[in-house]
Design a protein around this ligand. Structure first.
Ligand code: HEM
Length: 199
């Protein structure tokens, strides 16, 4: 299953490369590439966050083994998104990037989300979990509860009209974080998480 999901996660990139090869990136190819990669970074972030609720609700414990890979794919697409902005849009002008990060608030937020993802990706190996210890590792990885809202706000702020998609992402995130909060509160009281499977 892991191999199949690994290959599936590369499909968006393959599709983008295919469109580029056939010259089908529209009138503004740089914007198309950048936005497409940003969309997938955010989607993978939300998909990775959906793993634990899905495991609890369905009782399908094997799905937890996909969480790390999905989180790393979020980082991968976010890296390509930032890379496409820096390389294709700014021609690697780090000075302009720095000015953008300081001046354009949605870029500031995007950069915060990306920088915070780095330690999570860097500590995703079994060796790092061992080195940090379970509790410290878990605490560090709770940063994702900050990163995901910041990424959604980054998306929201760059939209000028038609907020339906950012709203949809925000709603999905609210459900995923809300579920965690409710599960945490109920499990503390010795109850089962909401809708938890008996399996
Ligand atoms: C975890 C990190 C990030 C995520 C999840 C993310 C996600 C997104 C999303 C979903 C969009 C909107 C795409 C669309 O309109 O369909 C977007 C746009 C954009 N992001 Fe990010 N982003 C991240 C980090 C960054 C960083 C670090 C930068 C810059 C250094 C950046 C620069 C941009 C730019 C320039 C746009 C397009 C603005 C436009 O075309 O007007 N993002 N991002």
């Amino acid at each position: 299953m892991k191999r199949a999901v690994f290959a599936l996660c590369l499909l968006p990139l393959a599709w983008l490369v295919g469109r580029a090869v056939f010259g089908e990136l529209g009138v503004n190819p740089v914007e198309t590439v950048n936005r497409f990669l940003g969309d997938w970074a955010l989607r993978f972030l939300l998909i990775a966050l959906a793993v634990t609720p899905l495991r609890k609700v369905s009782g399908w414990s094997a799905v937890a083994r996909l969480r790390r890979m999905l989180g790393l794919y979020a980082f991968f697409y976010a890296g390509l998104h930032v890379g496409s902005y820096l390389g294709l849009d700014l021609f690697f002008d780090w000075h302009i990037l720095w000015k953008d990060v300081l001046k354009r608030r949605y870029i500031t937020l995007g950069m915060i989300a990306f920088v915070l993802l780095v330690p999570l990706a860097a500590t995703s190996t079994n060796a790092m979990i061992k080195r940090l210890g379970g509790r410290r590792w878990r605490n560090l990885h709770r940063l994702v509860y900050l990163i995901a809202p910041v990424a959604v706000i980054h998306y929201w702020m760059m939209i000028k009209a038609d907020f339906r998609l950012p709203m949809l992402h925000a709603a999905v995130l609210a459900v995923l974080l809300g579920y965690r909060l409710a599960a945490w509160a109920m499990e503390r009281r010795g109850q089962r998480a909401p809708l938890a499977s008996r399996r």
